[in-house]
Ligand binder design. Structure first.
Ligand SMILES: CC(C)(COP(=O)(O)OP(=O)(O)OC[C@H]1O[C@@H](n2cnc3c(N)ncnc32)[C@H](O)[C@@H]1OP(=O)(O)O)[C@@H](O)C(=O)NCCC(=O)NCCS
Length: 151
């Protein structure tokens, strides 16, 4: 069985409060990373229908700051599936004064687990468009780079 990325697409929204802010007056990166991990986990659970664990956080890039009272939107999209693993792209945006800014991109590898916490096969990602194919091919390049790093 195959599944489309739209079947597991996930969004999470916050308004930044003082407790989310670090000593420099910006969103604390560790807080954002935990939100990113949750969004990736929910996306992967929706795709696989299984519990999942984070195997790898890859290419996490802070592109811009976020400040108190900003709206923060975090989105999760499956980009690639292996046998038991899935790559999820997580994008973070701020909205302030009606302007949206892309402030973070991360790729996480999530692994589906069975009842005994062993890796279990996941549905293959359905590729429907040229854009889906481009995103898949780029994910394959990251997967090969990760494999080289683990050698
Ligand atoms: C991730 C984990 C389940 C993999 O288990 P394993 O016994 O190594 O299983 P396998 O070798 O069969 O790997 C399973 C899949 O994970 C992938 N994988 C394992 N480690 C990986 C890594 N570091 N980076 C990317 N992918 C990885 C494998 O390529 C394989 O993918 P595939 O089935 O799509 O080909 C295991 O290493 C683990 O539980 N790690 C801890 C995860 C965790 O606790 N995360 C939360 C941290 S707070």
């Amino acid at each position: 069985m195959k599944k489309r990325w739209q079947d597991s697409y996930t969004e999470q929204v916050h308004i930044l409060m003082p407790e989310h802010i670090n000593g420099s007056g910006r969103l604390f990166g560790g807080r954002l990373i935990s939100w990113i991990d949750v969004v990736a986990g929910v996306t992967a659970r929706r795709h696989s229908g299984r519990d999942v664990t984070t195997a790898c956080v890859d290419h996490l890039t802070f592109l811009g700051p976020a400040h108190v009272n900003d709206i923060v939107l975090i989105t999760g999209r499956i980009t690639w599936t292996g046998r038991t693993s899935m790559e999820v792209r997580v994008d973070t945006f701020t909205e302030s004064g009606g302007v949206r800014a892309h402030v973070n991109r991360a790729y996480l590898v999530m692994v589906a687990l069975d009842e005994n916490e062993k890796p279990v096969p996941v549905p293959m990602l359905e590729i429907e468009t040229d854009e889906d194919r481009r995103i898949w091919n780029e994910a394959m390049e990251r997967k090969e780079e990760r494999a080289r790093r683990r050698e």
